[in-house]
Design a protein around this ligand. Structure first.
Ligand code: C2E
Ligand code: MG
Ligand code: MG
Length: 259
């Protein structure tokens, strides 16, 4: 906890980005910001370990704004290099939404970098929705009214309820990676993945598959109707500059000028 509190001022946290590719156009859909912590003595510490710690010890609010600021700055720089990166997807924690000033603070960050709310996708998990704190739903609705897109992460795990799709102004569903991993071996996983795609299509939501590791997953996901896919098959999360190189190598995100 002490080291985590020092990590932000010491600059030992970094944001890496994992591309999501549109399965229809082959172009970039978005890039997901994933925080990395390389501690000089402890080595690399996984988000699965430090994010829950940050939530517990109250550092998560500061960390979330830092990730948004960094993501906006990197998005701006990619665009200045002629890369047409459509958006950055940032993970937010359930406790962030209890703060009614969150939408204004995020909007200020986005404005400060000369970006638009549409440039940011905010990934939330259903834990946000299980939190019946009265401000949570209001905060989510305000964010959507300001033009930020909300994405429902890890969909299909836990208590995924259709009611969330009714109550919430989401514009994207991310099917949990466990479904993709079982696509080959489990006809039930495939049937459910297809059903989620149909729901997405009926509600005009983008549907993104996480955890794609095999070439044949891509064809299957396209047939099932997924909008986009993300996973080690393409690449893991990369540093901002390494992502720019990767995008150029793969002729992705080319703007009209640099094409
Ligand atoms: P997530 O948002 O569901 O992110 C996807 C996770 O799956 C990432 O793990 C990513 O590296 C990993 N992944 C990507 N492709 C593949 C694949 O093909 N196979 C497998 N097995 N895994 C893949 P990571 O970076 O360790 O992050 C874990 C979780 O920590 C994230 O899950 C997210 O919930 C949370 N997290 C990461 N960064 C942040 C952050 O800045 N803020 C908040 N609030 N949460 C974060
Ligand atoms: Mg996510
Ligand atoms: Mg996920």
């Amino acid at each position: 906890e002490i080291r985590l509190r020092q990590a932000l001022p010491e600059n030992s946290l970094q944001v890496h980005y994992q591309p999501q590719l549109n399965l229809r156009t082959g172009q970039l859909h978005s890039v997901e910001a994933l925080t990395r912590w390389d501690h000089p003595e402890l080595g690399s510490i996984s988000p699965g370990c430090f994010i829950p710690l940050a939530e517990e010890c109250g550092v998560i609010g500061e960390l979330g704004m830092w990730v948004i600021n960094q993501s906006c700055s990197d998005l701006r720089q990619w665009r200045e290099q002629g890369l047409n990166v459509p958006a950055v997807s940032v993970n937010l924690s359930p406790t962030d939404f209890r703060d009614p000033t969150l939408p204004t603070r995020i909007k200020q960050r986005v404005d400060a970098h000369g970006l638009q709310p549409l440039d940011l996708v905010l990934e939330i998990t259903e834990v946000v929705l299980l939190d019946r704190h009265p401000d949570t739903l209001r905060t989510l609705r305000t964010l959507a009214q300001l033009g930020f897109r909300l994405s429902l992460d890890d969909f299909g795990t836990g208590y995924s309820s259709f009611n969330y799709l009714r109550e919430l102004p989401v514009s994207e569903i991310k099917l949990d990676q466990s479904f993709v991993a079982d696509l080959d071996s489990d006809p039930v996983a495939e049937a459910l993945a297809e059903a989620v795609c149909r729901i997405g299509a009926a509600l005009s939501l983008a549907v993104v598959a996480e955890g794609v590791t095999q070439a044949h997953h891509i064809e299957k996901l396209r047939q099932l109707g997924f909008t986009a896919a993300q996973g080690f098959y393409y690449t893991g999360a990369l540093q901002a500059q390494a992502l720019a190189v990767w995008l150029k190598q793969h002729r992705l995100a080319q703007s009209v000028h640099s094409a």
